[in-house]
Structure formats: structure tokens, C-alpha cells
Design a protein around this ligand. Structure first.
Ligand code: ZN
Length: 214
């Protein structure tokens, strides 16, 4: 039972309760069964007169976020599934994990993700890293390929041509797909609902139609 909560706008702690209501949160499954948490949430008055916010709902640390209909852990699990498998296959796996969501919900989760901020691509390699000669060579090759790809096939894809290395990796280099061999032909099955599937296919078609250097 919460006796004190902090206003999300000004951070002032408050003990003055306004009301309470019930919130339902989908959580990760237990024993293969869907888990729905019924949570009694309190609304508090903000005790700071200068604050714009009159009342606010409490959040349970590590469990709830504002307007969220899933527990934080369940949300993380679904985002991980969506990133690894995309919408269609992701929804199938989620259903098996008793976390049923539609494929469009998974796609919305991917689209709502912030662009990666952590810079881990070749661009962050400093000169101090020359001790790692092999890595530098690999990083330079990767960087070259990345530049050529932007120049040759992504020149008219506004959001990709100038994208940060991590954004490129997230959208194009790492995509949910399955490579299979059938009758001596290799098939790459891309998850249709992946938001950048079309961009990948276009890039692939352009690459394979490049003239062979004389
Ligand atoms: Zn406040």
C-alpha cells in the first residue's frame, strides 16, 4: 500500500490521496498461463502549488509505466521478440509464451523504439585502437561497404542514406529473415511486416543489377 508518491512533473513527494482505481497489466506468463495483474493504483494531489499538474497516478517502480497496459518486463520481452522476429513470426512466438499480441502491436513496439543512441559502429573507432589491427581492418572494410551501399543503392532513400551506423544496422543489416536452401537455390525469407523490408528488397535488387566492373 503506497503512502507516498512523487509527482512526475515536478518530483515533489505527496501523501495526499485523491482517489484510487484498478489497473490491469499483462505480465509475463507463469506455468504457461497468461498472467493478468490487477493493481490498485492511487491518484495523488501534487503538493506543489507552483506545479501545473493537479493530480497524478502513482507508478510502481519496475512494474508500471504511464499509460502502459503491460508490465515493464512483459514490454521488454515483447520488444525483444519483435526485434528478433518481426511481426508475424513474433506474434506466433508470443502466443506460445502466453503473451498474446497482434503482429501490428509488435510492429508498433518496434516503431516506437527510440533510435539507438549508443554509438558502437565503426565511426567510433579512435586511433588508439590500432593495437587491434585485425579489428581495424574489419571495421574499415565494413565502413567502406556501408559507404558504397549508401552511394549506390540508398541514394534516394532519405531516411537511410544519412542514417547513423547503428540505425543502419538496426533497420537493414540486422533484419528478421531466414535463409534456406531448396533445389540448389537459396531463399531469403524476410519477415513481411518488418518496417524496412521493402527498403532491403530494393537495395538487394539494385545491388544485383549493378553492372559488372570491366
Ligand atoms: Zn507536481
Amino acid at each position: 500500500m503506497t503512502i507516498e508518491a512523487h509527482c512526475p512533473s515536478c518530483g515533489t513527494p505527496s501523501r495526499r490521496k485523491h482517489s484510487h482505481y484498478e489497473r490491469r497489466l499483462l505480465d509475463t506468463a507463469a506455468g504457461g498461463q497468461e498472467v493478468l495483474i490487477h493493481l490498485r493504483v492511487h491518484r495523488f494531489f501534487c503538493s506543489n502549488d507552483a506545479c501545473d499538474r493537479h493530480t497524478f497516478a502513482e507508478q510502481v517502480p519496475n512494474l508500471t509505466i504511464r499509460y502502459g497496459r503491460r508490465s515493464i518486463v512483459a514490454g521488454q520481452a515483447l520488444r525483444g521478440i519483435a526485434l528478433a522476429l518481426g511481426g508475424r513470426a513474433g506474434a506466433r512466438l508470443a502466443a506460445r509464451l502466453a503473451l498474446a499480441v497482434s503482429r501490428m502491436t509488435l510492429i508498433r513496439l518496434i516503431r516506437a523504439l527510440p533510435e539507438p543512441v549508443l554509438q558502437t559502429g565503426p565511426a567510433v573507432l579512435g586511433v588508439d585502437d590500432f593495437a587491434l589491427q585485425g579489428w581495424v581492418l574489419a571495421a574499415n572494410l565494413g565502413h567502406d561497404l556501408d559507404c558504397w551501399l549508401r552511394l549506390l543503392v540508398l541514394h534516394d532513400q532519405d531516411d537511410l542514406e544519412r542514417a547513423e551506423p547503428d540505425t543502419m544496422r538496426y533497420r537493414l543489416y540486422h533484419l528478421p529473415a531466414r535463409l534456406s536452401t531448396h533445389a540448389r537455390r537459396r531463399h531469403l525469407r524476410i519477415e513481411r511486416t518488418w518496417p524496412w523490408a521493402q527498403a532491403f528488397v530494393l537495395a538487394w535488387q539494385r545491388l544485383t543489377h549493378l553492372p559488372v566492373p570491366a
